[in-house]
Design a protein around this ligand. Structure first.
Ligand code: SIN
Ligand code: CO
Length: 400
């Protein structure tokens, strides 16, 4: 093996101003989607943005996606329960070996969402959610692989992480457990993570985390549509736009020789027809992907405002100093046009200025002064997004 083929260092220390221990460009070049990385002290001194009691409270909400995993280490049996939970569920859990996991906590808690500010070097539409887990001593979800990149931030307490970087690691799952647990797992690395440490794992790396005492882990998970999902959605859109009258045709064909035979000429013709139908221009591709990715894996759809706010009522709210905040479940992304931008929101596309598109994709609220400085077209768009349920009014503090 030459030094050029050697995998980069798997363990580094954070540096001042470099939570990954290196500039994001180097991380993306050398690790992203390829190699695991443990960063000691990436979030050193961080106060966990959420307490275990808050997580338990969230797990009692009807709309939150929560699970509890209980392991019996003597019989190696695993119990998976889905929320919502109530106080008695927590009161009856054993003293050790269980984990509570809640998905999409960034949508419920602004302090948890603020962690995403450390990952702005990744397009926001690639980020799925922050899942938070609370485990008591010995708590684990077992050895498994994930299909997506994940940044595991140790938020409180300690967790032992074992991973396998063996590309030949067996991938078979146990068939006696509801969870997708690996039948065999042989760790190549074994670390004890302290609060503030960060473990990055690309897709497909077998891993196993076990709490050493009570601990909280914040998992920043990516999303990557399966190519099959992309093809199905793209082709469905293309098919919808094709007229019924565009049909398979075979003008000039030779006489059929053998009953029932599909000849290689027919297959070649089909190949050409299908690729011609799917060869859309880049504006179609841009609009389709923007629509797809802002609908993809959205757990809660925006609910239109009833009754809608009128333009004059909106103007009055702005004059009173009210601002706008994004619906945390609404997905937004944009792409540059030769002039301006196409903003994609929950599957819909809108034209606007690039600065507005970028501003809307940032999590911070828009205050009244920012909005009043915009032109009429931009304010109309904000009103549309507000009435579609993608934005909400935040009341300014009124003077008494
Ligand atoms: C956990 O937080 O317990 C599990 C996270 C993971 O393995 O992806
Ligand atoms: Co995992």
């Amino acid at each position: 093996m030459t030094t050029a083929d050697m995998p980069p260092a798997i363990e580094v220390h954070a540096r001042p101003g470099q939570p990954l221990g290196m500039p994001p460009s180097r991380f993306l070049r050398d690790y992203w989607q390829r190699h695991a990385l443990l960063v000691r002290g990436a979030f050193a001194g961080m106060e966990p943005p959420l307490a275990p009691e808050d997580l338990a409270g969230l797990a009692c909400e009807e709309a939150a996606l929560s699970r509890i995993v209980v392991h019996d280490p003597h019989r190696d049996t695993w119990l998976l329960r889905s929320g919502p939970f109530d106080e008695t569920d927590f009161a009856t859990l054993p003293k050790t070996h269980w984990t509570l996991l809640v998905q999409d906590v960034d949508k419920w808690d602004a302090d948890v969402a603020a962690l995403l500010g450390h990952f702005e070097f990744i397009p926001s539409w690639r980020i799925d959610d922050i899942m938070v887990s609370y485990a008591v001593d010995g708590g684990s979800v077992g050895a498994h692989v994930d299909q997506y990149d994940v940044f595991l931030i140790q938020g409180m307490g300690r967790r032992r992480w074992q991973i396998s970087t063996d590309a030949q690691a067996p991938g078979a799952f146990r068939d006696d457990v509801e969870l997708k647990l690996l039948r065999e797992f042989h760790a190549t690395h074994d670390w004890l993570l302290e609060a503030g440490d960060l473990l990055y794992l690309p897709p497909g790396v077998p891993h196993h985390g076990i709490a050493e005492g009570a601990c909280l882990t914040f998992s920043v998970g990516m999303r990557a549509p399966a190519i099959g999902e992309l093809v199905a959605d793209f082709a469905a859109g293309v098919a919808e736009a094709l007229p019924e009258t565009r049909r398979y045709g075979d003008a000039g064909m030779p006489p059929a020789k053998r009953a029932g035979e599909i000849t290689s000429d027919v297959l070649e013709k089909l190949r050409m027809e299908l690729s011609a139908a799917l060869a859309t221009d880049s504006s179609y591709l841009r609009r389709w992907f923007g629509s797809f990715i802002t609908r993809y894996r959205v757990a809660n759809e925006a609910v239109p405002r009833t009754p809608p706010l009128t333009a004059s009522a909106f103007a009055r709210r702005l004059a009173a100093g009210d601002g706008l905040v994004r619906n945390p479940w609404s997905r937004m992304a944009w792409s540059a046009l030769p002039r301006g931008a196409e903003l994609h929101v929950g599957g819909e596309s809108h034209r606007c200025e690039r600065v507005l598109a970028e501003r809307l994709c940032r999590p911070q609220a828009l205050d009244a002064a920012d909005i009043l400085a915009l032109d009429d077209a931009a304010r109309d768009l904000l009103l549309t997004l507000l009435n579609d349920g993608h934005l909400a009014v935040v009341r300014a503090r009124r003077k008494r």
